[in-house]
Design a protein around this ligand. Structure first.
Ligand SMILES: [Zn+2]
Length: 413
């Protein structure tokens, strides 16, 4: 979603052939009780990048991913993550704001944060602000000022409204000195950072002795991913995966009080409000935090569950393709890349549809599928549309209907 800030100061673990056999310390709690539970070979190292030809897309760098689970804190991480291959730039197109469903959610969340943090007249720092849409909205509705930092920030004609209240730095966030912000916002960024404990510690240190700033994080919920066998939500750009409890445990251990923790956007995202405390750690007190035993159970059963889900989708696509059906995937983001490359799909899928005009005409890293606009489906009507996020199903059905198309629609999850 938001373009990730990837602080170069936070070195990741170097990939090591022997990593799989070793119990690596957990990057979230520092404990030693970690074990591998899922392996995906040869997937593109980025999934939000725009490529200009199918050849370039197929030649895109790949690595293996190996997900490990920490029995002590419920955190999941790619234990063979190779930070050296990651590079984030303005070529990233992660914005979901072209979807009405997403746009409405972002507006509602901005209102909620403005109210919860009494943002009027305050200064907001957003680490990993992407193209800045959310920060602009938050400052516009609340009268706050803002500073957004993101290496993938880019100004596009037509995308940006002039707003003196908000400034941007096109770079990685680097901890240096004390924050002057009253609200520190970090949305869909923590999952891109390998050394999560070190990162959260740096935020706490940046706040110093003040206890009044709000710290608001939004991160995908990995408990749902484990429970659903949602392999499309596991991809290389995400090296860190949190359940609500694992998320809160990290912040509590690093000197924050977690004041609110909730699931949003069809229970896909964790939204966490926290405030620094003078002396840490703090004790758990929210219902959603109590999930360690549940996570241990889900981690144990995940390998067999994910295999079943993958086999079902592979079979479904292959048999529809064998019947001569034209199949498209709707969603040219990370979920789409993961779905196609994890299942090894190629010519079975005719194209990938995306409402973001900056993605259209480009190619998906991995198998090199072309990204087209919804209107392009009229010339080549699909028989089956696979929706990469069930929350967009109604919006997509409406769009197809308006185009006079009546394909079968099937959503993952
Ligand atoms: Zn841990």
């Amino acid at each position: 979603m938001n373009s990730p800030t990837f602080p170069t100061d936070f070195e990741g673990r170097k990939p090591d052939e022997a990593d799989a056999a070793k119990a690596l310390p957990c990057p979230c709690c520092g404990g030693g009780s970690t074990a591998a539970l899922y392996h995906v070979p040869s997937i593109p190292v980025h999934s939000c990048v725009l490529l200009n030809s199918a050849e370039e897309a197929r030649a895109f760098p790949r690595r293996d991913l190996q997900l490990a689970f920490c029995d002590s804190c419920g955190f999941l991480f790619n234990q063979i993550f190779d930070e050296a291959v990651m590079s984030y730039s303005g070529d990233f197109e992660e914005s979901q704001h072209f979807s009405d469903t997403f746009s409405a959610f972002a507006k509602e969340l901005a209102r909620e944060i403005a109210q919860a943090c009494s943002a009027h007249g305050k200064h907001v720092l957003e680490i990993g602000c992407g193209k800045g849409e959310f920060l602009r909205e938050l400052c516009r509705i609340s009268g706050a000022t803002g500073l957004g930092i993101d290496p993938g920030y880019r100004t596009d004609a037509g995308r940006d409204e002039e707003d003196d209240r908000v400034q941007f730095i096109t770079d990685f966030y680097k901890p240096s000195g004390q924050f002057d912000a009253d609200i520190i916002l970090c949305r869909h960024t923590l999952e891109h950072i390998a050394s999560v404990q070190k990162f959260v510690r740096s935020i706490r240190e940046g706040i110093g002795s003040r206890t009044d700033p709000w710290v608001v994080f939004e991160t995908p919920d990995a408990k749902r991913v484990l429970a659903e066998g949602a392999f499309w939500d596991i991809y290389y750009e995400h090296c860190s995966y949190f359940s609500p409890g694992a998320h809160a445990r990290l912040f509590r251990a690093e000197g924050f009080d977690v004041t609110d923790l909730r699931l949003r956007y069809g229970d896909q995202y964790i939204v966490q409000y926290a405030r620094p405390i003078a002396t840490g750690p703090s004790r758990p007190r929210l219902d959603l935090e109590d999930d360690l035993a549940e996570m241990q159970g889900l981690a144990k059963s995940f390998p067999s569950r994910v295999r079943i889900v993958q086999d079902e989708w592979r079979e479904r696509v292959r048999s529809a393709s064998a019947e001569g059906k034209r199949i498209v995937v709707w969603g040219g983001g990370s979920k789409g890349v993961s779905f196609l490359t994890t299942l090894g799909l190629d010519t079975e899928i005719s194209a990938v549809v995306d409402v973001n005009p900056y993605k259209q005409g480009k190619f998906m890293p991995g198998a090199g599928h072309r990204v087209i606009a919804p209107s392009a489906l009229v010339a080549e009507p699909p028989d089956l549309v696979i929706v990469m996020n069930p929350i967009y199903r109604a919006e997509i059905a409406k769009t197809l209907n308006a185009l006079g198309l009546k394909p079968e629609i099937s959503a993952v999850g």
